[in-house]
Design a protein around this ligand. Sequence first.
Ligand code: HEM
Length: 406
Amino acid sequence: MPTPFNFDPTSVAFAADPYAVYAKMRGQDAPYYWPDLDMVLLSRYADVSQIAVNPAMVRSLKGVRSDAELEAEKRKSGFADMPFHERFVQTNLLDTDGAEHERLRRLIFGAFTGRGVKHLEIFIQAYVDALLSKAPHGLSFDFIELVAAPLPGLVIGRFLGIPERDAPQLRQWSEDIVSYYDVDKTPEKKAKAEAAVKAFHDYLIDLKRKRRASPKDDLISQMIMQEADGLFRKDELIATCMLILMAGHGSTIDVIGTGLNSLLNHPDALQDLRDDRSVLPTAIEEMFRYEPPLPFFHRHATEAVTLRGHKFPAGTTFGLLYSAANRDGNVFPDADAFNIRRAPNRHMAFGRGAHLCLGNQLAKLNMRILFNALCSRFHVMEFAGNVTFKPGLSTRGLKKLPLIVK
Ligand code: HEM
C-alpha cells in the first residue's frame, strides 16, 4: 500500500497540533498504512467504531499466533527480557479477549460503576479543596504540578486501598511504566519500566499481606477475598492493580490539564460554565472529546475484514485513533469547535466495545468535582505563560500549565 505522507508522531509539530494530521488522514480514501509499526491507522469514526466493536478484532495475539511467533514479536517490539513487566503488565485484563477478559472484567466491574465510585466523592472533594487551597493568589504557579499531578494518585490510592502517604510514589511508578508504551522506546525507558513494575509489585505484595491480616473497605481487600475464593488466579490480582494504576493515573493528570487549557482558550465557554453550573456534565464530556488523553490503541484482526470496500486480511494490526475519530465532522458538527453544550456527544475517548474504559465514571467524577471547585473558588483564572504539549502518540497532555488565579 502506498504511504501518501510521512507520519511522525514524535515530532514537535505533531505535538503542537495532531488534529491537522488526523484531518489529513480522515480525508484520504483508504485507511493510512503506517510502515514504521506495520499497522493500518484508522481515523474515521465509523472505521474505528466498526473495528472496536468487532469481537474478531482482538487485543492479544495469544491463541492467534504460536508461542515462537509471539516471542519473536515481543522481541521485535521491545517487550522481551523484562520478567516483571511480562508477568504483571503485559498480561492483564486489557490484554485478554473473549471469555477470559469477561471473567476478569466482571470481577471488578461493580466497583467501577457510578454507584461503586460514589463513596469516593467526599474524599475527592476533600483532596481537591486541599490542593486548590495551596494555589497562591495572584502569583504564577504550574497547575499541572500543584493540582493535576497529585490528585489521581490520592484518588486511585483511596479506591484501591493505598495509604495517602504512599500516593506520591504512584505517580513515578505509573509514569515509568506508561512511558515505555510510546513509540520512542529506549533502553533507559525499558530499564525504568521494569524497575517500576518490580517496585510496585513488592509494594503490593506487602499491602496484600497487611490487608489479609486486617481487611478494609477498599478494592484490594475485596480482591483478596475473591482470590481466596479462587476467582483470581496466579498473578492476576497484582496485574489488575497495576492496570488500574497505569490506565487511570497519567490519563487523569493529562485530561485535567488539557480540560483547563481548553476552557482558558475559550473564555466564553468558561464564562458560560461559571454562570450556569448545570452545564458541567456536558462540558466535561466535551473536554474528553476535544483532547482525549489516551488517543491510540491497537487491535489485531483474527479474520479478514472489509472497511468501506477496502479489504484487510487476517493478521492485520489496526491502530485505533480515538482522538481522530472524535474530530470526525460526519459525526460531530463543527468538530474542531470546543462546545461545552454539545449534545449528543458520543465521543470515543473511553474507547468502545468490550474494552470500554472501566474507569470512565471515576474519571468523570474527578473532573466534575475539580472543575466545579475551580469555578467556585477563583473568579479569575488566566494563563501565566506558554503551554506546551508532551510529544507522543499514545498519550496527550501538557508539560506545564502556568496559571494565575484570584
Ligand atoms: C482519565 C481519563 C481516562 C481515559 C480517557 C481512559 C481511556 C481508556 C480507553 C480508551 C480504554 C480502552 C482501551 C482500548 O480500547 O483498547 C480504557 C480501558 C481501561 N481503563 Fe481507562 N481511561 C481513563 C481513566 C481511567 C481510570 C481513572 C481508570 C481506573 C481507575 C481506568 C481503568 C481502565 C481499565 C481497567 C481499562 C481496561 C478495560 C478492559 O480492558 O476491559 N481508566 N481506558
